[in-house]
Ligand binder design. Structure first.
Ligand code: AMP
Ligand code: ZN
Ligand code: FE
Ligand code: FE
Length: 281
């Protein structure tokens, strides 16, 4: 089995990199893509464990980008890691922007009457502290009754505790991934606000060269639509469960919510078709 979308506790998953590899072995996943949000730390740490377990590890990342003001997630896959130093440096800059946001988010939440500190949030999220970590603290302290309420009332883009974070534009995310020799795949397109078929020419115009047709949130009809679009625009196809461990208990590695079937030859096809973008001077 194959799974090209998973998270460790270096972003907002609950498994350590080594635990994620163990989980893959248990689930029968032999090709595993680690796509933490804005960091390669989980992937880097999983490399020795995967080697020992005989699992093929794919280096990936999930970027939060902005498209027409809305958040769009973008996956980057680096089948060759020889030319990605600049990309890694850029990713570290994104992490600095996140920390700046977190400082302002703490101030905003304290203004709203919650006793939350940056230190306690970072104790959970470390370098990749994000809103889910703040939501967990709010649940634990009894400020809200569940995760959903924390987002709906305070943390969601439309909620009263939301503070702005500097995020790259979609086009920049795609360009950075492609210039680093990576494959840029539109993550869980079903979650993108707006009409995907209508947006496609613009996304492909930015250099997008893959689409995540297979994902835990996709119905069979969604999958068919994204496969059609992949064909129409000559895009590669990626797929994964978006496993986060205990925070999303209904999503299993490899099979998602139970019925996810990811074709086992996706990586072979990515290797065949994923020629790096050649920039002409
Ligand atoms: P951050 O990167 O800190 O801005 O947090 C983004 C993460 O928060 C996303 O990857 C989701 O896991 C989660 N998230 C964002 N919006 C919501 C929402 N409305 N409900 C639940 N989780 C959300
Ligand atoms: Zn996540
Ligand atoms: Fe995502
Ligand atoms: Fe994800």
């Amino acid at each position: 089995m194959i799974d090209l979308h998973s998270h460790t506790n270096e972003s907002d998953g609950t498994c350590s990199p080594a635990e994620l590899v163990d989980e893959a072995v248990r689930a029968g996943v032999t090709i595993l893509g680690i796509t933490d949000h804005d960091t390669f730390k989980g992937f880097d740490q999983a490399v020795p464990a995967a080697r020992q377990a005989g699992i093929e590890l794919i280096c990936g990342i999930e970027l939060s980008t902005k498209l027409h003001g809305s958040s769009v997630h973008l996956l980057g896959y680096f089948l060759s890691q020889s030319q990605m130093d600049d990309f890694r440096t850029w990713v570290l800059q994104q992490q600095a922007a996140r920390r700046d946001r977190n400082i302002r988010l703490v101030a905003r939440l304290r203004e709203l009457g919650f006793d939350i500190t940056l230190e306690e949030a970072e104790a959970r999220g470390r370098g990749m502290t994000g809103r889910p970590h703040f939501a967990a603290i709010m649940v634990e302290k009894g400020y809200v009754s569940n995760f959903r309420q924390a987002f709906d009332e305070y943390l969601d883009e439309s909620a009263k505790g939301y503070v702005y974070r500097q995020e790259p534009q979609f086009a920049e995310g795609v360009r950075r991934i492609r210039e680093a020799g990576g494959i840029a795949s539109l993550a869980h397109p079903v979650r993108v606000k707006g009409d995907i078929p209508a947006l496609m020419p613009e996304l492909v115009g930015c250099g997008l060269n893959a689409i995540e047709a297979y994902h835990s949130d996709h119905t069979p009809d969604d999958i068919s639509l994204y496969l059609c679009l992949a064909k129409e625009y000559g895009l590669m196809v990626t797929g994964g469960s978006d496993f986060h461990g205990a925070v999303k208990p209904g999503v299993k590695l490899g099979t998602g919510s139970g019925s996810l079937e990811i074709p086992s030859d996706l990586v072979e096809r990515m290797r065949r078709d994923g020629a790096p973008l050649t920039t002409t001077p």
